[in-house]
Design a protein around this ligand. Structure first.
Ligand SMILES: [Zn+2]
Length: 473
């Protein structure tokens, strides 16, 4: 992962670069100008309220106007929406390259979660500057990153830059609404030609973590756990509560849940989670560090696994999990229940099958009176291989911009739109340069905000990374 960027530049690329920069420094805008431009895009996007009920089409139209003003032709971008959902707009733009390399794709969702004015200190749908922060819904998830991606693309266009690979950017609908009209899912299934790429960058699932003002690591997401949901049910003929029987469905389901609560899925490490622990160990000391290094090695010490399993944050990296999230049973105080049902929500390490999870639940519940049903089958999304080009570029950039910051591969316990691109075979990487304090994550919360300096650095990082990746063979 440690190769130098200069090694991947061939002579032709270097010449092309010299030609561009030789085009006259006066024609080039300053970094400050692009910070102002990025801020203006962010203000515009935050002030277009794109919660689920409103949709994202308004934001796509604003982006289309920006692209046109920057010199993109009408053929360079497409405005689309799934049939019957005109407010769930997506926009896909392409900065044409020489065709020497296969295209790359950036994705960014335009929708935001709800925000009640009454809960916030400021109006959530106005970009408010205060004490070094920019407040507004979406500033960190992910209109800030959308703004930096769009700014980078427009900046490259304005420079007359011709990449070796097409740079495709898709700004899309409905990531937050459980992927209901997910633009990424819809495009992947219906307009593959528009977004087909060698790899995908999704700033939404990347991570730039700091703590108490110290920048720690850049997390590159290569995988996420697969979401699947099961039901457990038992039924009986019921009767009067004065004459209890052992067939009581509440007892059957509850006993099964009790056994499930003590079940632990086996240790399942992947390339990503091993590399994650090897890197994360650098930020730890003492026993935790030793345990992480053990787990990253070829034969993890069971005692180390047990200690890391006792901590929620590391346990979810070590194995699949299933947890009871809902329970229903009975309908009258004085009647024996006729039915009891529970919902079991699972987050599965990529590579495990639905059948093996079902088997584990059935064996653990170990009661033929309790029936297993499938409520939500998994969206299969395989782990993307740790690509040394992408990891190398992020590491080099990180080293220059934030000395001391390490790069950590990540498997998210939750889901993002990358599940849909991975599902159709596009290796996908979460990369974000917006540093946030681990203890102050306001995504989806009240008074969501981004630091002005963090946002400006993200603007620089996105531009440089996009340019670098667009010419790396
Ligand atoms: Zn998001």
């Amino acid at each position: 992962m440690g190769f130098k960027r200069s090694q991947v530049l061939n002579a032709a690329t270097v010449l092309a670069l010299m030609t561009v920069s030789g085009g006259g420094a006066s024609a080039q805008s300053s970094t400050q100008d692009w910070h102002a431009f990025g801020r203006d895009v962010l203000k515009q996007l935050v002030e277009i309220n794109s919660v689920h009920a409103n949709g994202s089409t308004g934001a796509t139209l604003a982006i289309a106007e920006r692209l046109t003003a920057a010199g993109f032709s009408r053929e360079d971008f497409q405005l689309l929406s799934p049939p019957g959902h005109p407010t769930k707009g997506d926009i896909v733009v392409r900065l044409k390259g020489t065709g020497k390399l296969r295209p790359m794709l950036y994705i960014g969702h335009l929708d935001v979660v709800e925000a009640e004015k009454a809960d916030w200190t400021y109006d959530p749908f106005k970009l408010i500057e205060k004490d070094g922060w920019l407040y507004g819904r979406g500033t960190i998830d992910m209109k800030g990153q959308d703004s930096s991606t769009l700014t980078a693309l427009i900046r490259l266009k304005k420079e007359g830059y011709v990449p070796d690979r097409d740079i495709i950017v898709a700004f899309t609908a409905d990531e937050e609404a459980g992927g209901e009209q997910s633009g990424v899912d819809w495009l992947a299934k219906n307009h593959r030609d528009l977004i087909d790429a060698e790899f995908v960058i999704n700033p939404d699932s990347g991570d730039a973590a700091s703590k108490n003002g110290r920048k720690l690591y850049l997390g590159i997401q290569t995988s996420e756990k697969e979401y699947m949901t099961f039901g457990l049910e038992a039924s009986d003929k019921g009767g009067h509560s004065s004459e209890p029987t052992p067939a009581n469905p509440i007892y059957h389901v509850a006993s099964g849940l009790d056994r499930l609560s003590k079940y632990q899925f086996p240790l399942h490490l992947t390339d990503t989670s091993r590399a994650y622990f090897a890197q994360r160990a650098k930020l730890e000391t003492g026993q935790v560090r030793a345990d992480m290094l053990s787990v990253a090695g070829s034969s993890p010490d069971p005692a180390a696994v047990a200690r890391l399993s006792a901590v929620v944050e590391t346990n979810v990296m070590l194995r699949s999990t299933c947890v009871a999230t809902e329970f229903q049973g009975g309908r009258s105080e004085s009647a024996l229940p006729e039915k009891a049902a529970a919902v079991i929500q699972c987050r599965i390490i990529p590579g495990e099958s639905q059948a093996s999870v079902e088997q584990a639940i059935t064996d653990t519940v170990a009661d033929p009176a309790v029936k297993l049903t499938v409520i939500y089958p998994p969206d299969i999304s395989p782990e993307s291989a740790i690509d040394p080009r992408i990891f190398g570029e992020v590491q080099e950039l990180g080293k220059e911009m934030w000395p001391g910051v390490i790069v950590v591969p990540e498997m998210s316990p939750g889901a993002s739109d990358s599940a849909f691109t991975r599902a159709v075979g596009l290796p996908s990487y979460g990369v974000d340069g917006t540093f946030q304090d681990l203890d102050d994550n306001r995504a989806h919360g009240r008074d969501e905000r981004v630091g002005i300096e963090a946002f400006n650095q993200e603007l620089d990082f996105s531009y440089r990374l996009m340019k670098d990746l667009s010419r790396i063979p």
